[in-house]
Design a protein around this ligand. Structure first.
Ligand SMILES: [Zn+2]
Length: 255
């Protein structure tokens, strides 16, 4: 995991213990909703498997994928969904999000219970299952973790660029974090760590007419963190409603 260069100002970096606010997050659903329980079997016996019992109205509200699956099965009595290609730990984060609207129970400086790779997997799970609010929560958590641990998650770039599409908010977040906080001179030394498309995105971001970060030399790291935190919702969140959200992959075999 790459670490940005330290400066005397970095000792004063603001540590946001709370994730950024989302001004577009939907209201929590009433727990008195009527509905059925869906059994979601995640993983495989060989790799590890866990069964979750989930209210269908929660899945339908947050996820375009589950909405499609459950509406296609309406009236059939079938209530088991198998996600053999997914990780129980990643689904557990989604499960926690469904009921508590956070990815885990306590945002603790000492113990965010996810590796950077797991946070990126949560994002991709949300992307692939049409759950934009889960993607937003993952970006929020990655930002909090990057600030608190003062790392750049650049070792996740190949995964991110393989699993997300152009203009993905997660790609945009990584580019903007790197041009703010990552020392750019090791780019050549660590060339193999950076996907070509990422380097192109970095060049485009640096040369964009509205880019003021790289050219501003008298801004402290704390000011950069504060300004980025203010931009998280508007720049790196997807506020599309799940019904209008098209998962980028073909999950037809589950229908
Ligand atoms: Zn937002």
């Amino acid at each position: 995991m790459a670490t940005p260069e330290k400066s005397t100002e970095d000792e004063e970096v603001y540590v946001p213990l709370a994730p950024p606010e989302c001004s577009h997050a939907s209201e929590p659903l009433s727990p008195t909703e009527n509905g059925n329980i869906v059994t979601v079997v995640v993983g495989t016996e060989f790799m590890g498997q866990r069964t979750f019992l989930v209210h269908d109205w929660l899945l339908i509200h947050y996820s375009a994928y589950f909405r499609n699956v459950l509406e296609a099965r309406s009236g059939t009595g079938e209530n088991v969904v198998e996600l053999s290609g997914d990780s129980p730990k990643i689904f557990a984060a989604f499960y926690h999000f469904l009921y508590a609207r956070t990815l885990f129970s306590r945002l603790d400086f000492e113990n965010i219970p996810f590796e950077d790779s797991e946070i990126c997997h949560i994002y991709v799970f949300g992307q692939d299952h049409g759950i934009p609010q889960l993607c937003n929560a993952a970006v929020d958590l990655l930002f909090v973790k990057n600030v608190q641990t003062w790392t750049s998650s650049t070792d996740q770039l190949h995964y991110i660029y393989e699993e997300t599409q152009e203009h993905s908010p997660l790609r945009k977040y990584m580019v903007d974090w790197v041009i703010r906080f990552y020392p750019l001179h090791p780019l050549r030394e660590n060339e193999s760590s950076f996907p070509k498309d990422f380097l192109i995105d970095v060049i485009e971001a640096i040369t964009a007419p509205d880019n003021k970060i790289c050219s501003t030399t008298n801004i402290t790291s704390r000011e950069k963190v504060d300004s980025m935190k203010l931009d998280i919702c508007s720049k790196y969140h997807d506020h599309s409603p799940p019904r209008d959200y098209a998962p980028p992959r073909d999950y037809g075999s589950f229908l």
